[in-house]
Design a protein around this ligand. Structure first.
Ligand code: RB5
Length: 146
């Protein structure tokens, strides 16, 4: 799978760990930035990474800011993106299993490197269960169309 990673200056400290975990698990990473601690706007990088998913250049997006919140609020404004902001592994797993999340958001000021790696591993290894959950996800898509 291909993962597009976007981060702002607040999220940059987790980038290396997330990239390393994805590559250890055999996945490819596209990094859309930012590459420095200079202040930037998280919504720009949420859009860049999510666009890779919408264009089919990536299968999933992973967004990292200080809290994960600005990234997730931004990403969930984009039609076709289902972003989950999580800070522990169980929610990461359920975001895939029940919500078919295609975007994982984490906060570098909330969790440390090892928790981030556990979250990424659960997200990556979990398949969407479909069934009744598909019906619910379809209703989210209906909300987008209004
Ligand atoms: C940047 O200071 C910070 O506001 C941002 O990384 C994020 O936490 C916003 O939700």
């Amino acid at each position: 799978m291909i993962y597009a990673i976007g981060n702002d200056h607040g999220g940059i400290d987790l980038y290396d760990s997330v990239k390393e975990k994805l590559e250890d698990l055999g996945h490819e990473v596209i990094h859309v930035g930012t590459n420095s601690k200079d202040s930037v706007d998280y919504s720009d990088f949420a859009q860049k990474a999510c666009q890779k998913v919408l264009d089919g250049q990536a299968d999933f997006a992973i967004l990292i800011c200080g809290t994960g919140l600005g990234m997730s609020i931004s990403a969930n404004k984009i039609d076709g993106i289902r972003a989950a902001c999580v800070s522990e592994a169980f929610s990461a797993r359920m975001s895939r299993a029940h919500n078919n999340a295609n975007c994982l958001c984490i906060g570098a000021r909330v969790i440390g490197n090892e928790t981030a790696k556990m979250i990424v591993e659960e997200f990556v290894k979990t398949e969407f269960e479909g069934g009744r959950h598909q019906r619910r996800v379809d209703k989210i898509t209906e909300i987008e169309k209004r």
